[in-house]
Design a protein around this ligand. Structure first.
Ligand SMILES: NC(=O)c1ccc[n+]([C@@H]2O[C@H](COP(=O)([O-])OP(=O)(O)OC[C@H]3O[C@@H](n4cnc5c(N)ncnc54)[C@H](OP(=O)(O)O)[C@@H]3O)[C@@H](O)[C@H]2O)c1
Length: 327
């Protein structure tokens, strides 16, 4: 697999990463430790060197799984994790007080069973804590060798500029896919200007863009998608037009809808490295196949026209979570 560089300080990652969240959190029951380790190792054997986790994914449980899985080849991979939710709970408040950043870093090192974090993201901007204090704490952790690079997630333009001016930011991780194109307006041009990498999360639209979800799909109890307006039955039905488009392009390119969704992201900018997640090895292999799908300028122009005719219905987050993004 080819690699890409995130930011101006040489952070090299495989062009596709693996989002580990769903292995233990957000989309139904956790996989067994054995299956999770097998999946992560299969990703590595297939060329993936970029693994995404967070304190907030099962409060250390996800990091522990990842740490165990990559232990035999720890120095060959890039581990990205995140701090900044109150008590490590993504559904409550935010907490980027310096003492909390430090505590989360120490816990992550312990859970991941490593002495350094390659990429440490602020999961959400904390409006109560000046960016100077956040970046200053990161700088201290860097001096101590505990963190190699840092990033932000779902941050707004002002926060990105401020953070980057104090300590160069390697990557922004925010939602981006054919299902949610908001970052194209202000964020992507800003990252290009500043030389910051972009890591699209939910690049498969939380599974929607793969064609595996229809209006009849019933998510299990506790599946995060039950709370997302975009995933109401009615909105899913309306948004299936996008999936139909993906299936049409996929048939033309001898690929799958998921592969087209990922290939499209990779084709947008050279500093983009998406992190699709899956709990299934055959889907992992399918997603990796996206790196072999080449969309020509002509294909991309055709897709652009088709996309402009499709209206995506429904908010991506309920209001209390929407209030935390773009700060
Ligand atoms: N920074 C943030 O705030 C934030 C927020 C959300 C996510 N993330 C990160 O981004 C990563 C990826 O995002 P995500 O997991 O939300 O969404 P995603 O990668 O867009 O989609 C994951 C979903 O798609 C399904 N799927 C994956 N490949 C498939 C395929 N080829 N065919 C059919 N279904 C497929 C998976 O189900 P199966 O498991 O059944 O295959 C899973 O339900 C996460 O793991 C996490 O690390 C970060």
């Amino acid at each position: 697999m080819k690699s890409r560089i995130l930011g101006n300080n040489g952070l090299e990652v495989s062009e596709l990463g693996l989002g580990c969240m769903g292995l233990t959190f957000a989309y139904g029951p956790a996989v067994t430790g054995k299956d999770g380790i097998e999946l992560i190792r299969s990703a590595y054997e297939s060329g993936i060197t970029f693994f995404d986790t967070a304190e907030a994914y099962s409060q250390g449980g996800n990091e522990t799984l990842l740490g165990k899985a990559v232990a035999p080849f720890r120095d060959k991979v890039i581990i990205a994790t995140k701090f900044g939710f109150l008590n490590g709970d993504a559904l409550t408040g935010v907490d980027s007080r310096p003492e909390n950043i430090r505590k989360v870093a120490e816990n992550s090192l312990k859970y991941l069973n490593t002495d350094y974090i390659d990429l440490f993201y602020q999961h959400r901007v904390d409006p109560k804590i000046p960016m100077e204090d956040v970046a200053g704490t990161i700088q201290d952790l860097m001096k101590e060798g505990k963190i190699k690079h840092w990033g932000l997630s779902e941050a707004g333009v002002e926060s990105i500029r401020k953070a980057h001016a104090i300590q160069p930011v390697a990557a922004l991780q925010s939602e981006y896919s054919m299902f949610f194109r908001e970052p194209e307006k202000e964020i992507l041009p800003l990252l290009e200007e500043l030389g910051i990498g972009f890591v699209p999360f939910s690049p498969l639209g939380r599974g929607f863009l793969t064609g595996a979800i229809t209006e009849d799909t019933k998510f299990t109890e506790g599946d995060f998608r039950n709370s997302l307006p975009k995933f109401s039955e009615e909105n899913r039905k309306a948004n299936l037009a996008l999936v139909e488009l993906l299936k049409t392009i996929a048939a033309e390119k001898n690929a799958t809808a998921a592969q087209i969704a990922l290939a499209w992201l990779l084709a947008q900018k050279s500093f983009i490295a998406p992190i699709p997640g899956t709990t299934k090895i055959h889907r992992l292999q399918e997603n990796i196949g996206a790196t072999k799908v080449y969309l020509t300028t002509e294909d991309l122009a055709k897709i652009e026209i088709a996309l402009s005719k499709i209206e995506i219905v429904g908010a991506r987050y309920p209001q209390h979570l929407q209030d935390k993004v773009g700060k």
